[in-house]
Design a protein around this ligand. Structure first.
Ligand code: 5GP
Ligand code: MG
Length: 185
């Protein structure tokens, strides 16, 4: 797996620092009086990409949060361009009246968040914020912006720290760019 890495874009230690800062921002914004009454916060990772990011993020948020899962796919199999967003499964029955923070690995076209955010709002969430670890710099044409952004990155296909190519590389501790031979048929 190490032989497939072209270059490390963001080392794991740098990710860890930024994740703690994002957690602090989310905590501040979801603590009364910033939110009304009891802060009932639900974190919703958009799986599978947000799995690793969310695991680190939630452990730095000292609030009594709940977690609901949803699985969305837009880059099935060996694709490196979005194939359109499909919600594969969701367990969002309990978000009514709660402050929801949607967590995704990366904001590219914005189609994922633009699809999912209204869905959560329609279920009666008290508020819906969005948090992404990465945002592609060319995401100016994005359908939606995120409330919390970890890093802006160049418009390159990246893997690691939860992000995959063909379902592999999610367990790399760094965000990396792969060598071209990986994509060759
Ligand atoms: P959007 O819907 O904003 O175009 O894209 C968001 C989703 O596309 C992300 O959740 C992620 O699954 C996938 N994606 C976008 N860019 C990349 C990338 O550079 N690498 C990988 N592995 N996935 C990406
Ligand atoms: Mg994703």
């Amino acid at each position: 797996m190490r032989d497939d890495i072209h270059r490390i874009l963001i080392p794991g230690e740098m990710i860890a620092d930024r994740v703690r800062q994002l957690a602090a921002e989310i905590t501040r914004d979801h603590t009364p009086p910033r939110v009304s009454g009891e802060a009932e916060v639900t974190i919703v990772p958009i799986l599978t990409g947000a799995l690793v990011f969310t695991a680190d993020l939630i452990r730095a948020i000292p609030l009594p949060i709940k977690i609901n899962l949803m699985t969305v796919s837009s880059y099935p199999g060996q694709s490196v361009r979005s194939q359109g967003v499909s919600v594969l499964s969701e367990q969002l029955r309990d978000v009514k009246g709660r402050h929801v923070v949607l967590v995704d690995d990366i904001l590219d076209s914005g189609q994922t968040l633009a699809t999912v955010k209204p869905l959560v709002a329609k279920l009666g969430a008290a508020s819906v914020k969005t948090c992404v670890l990465l945002k592609k710099q060319l995401a100016t044409k994005a359908a939606i912006d995120a409330d919390y952004v970890g890093f802006e990155i160049p418009d390159e296909f990246v893997v690691g720290y939860g992000l995959d190519f063909n379902s592999v590389y999610r367990n790399l501790p760094d965000i990396v760019v792969l060598k071209p031979h990986v994509f060759a048929p």
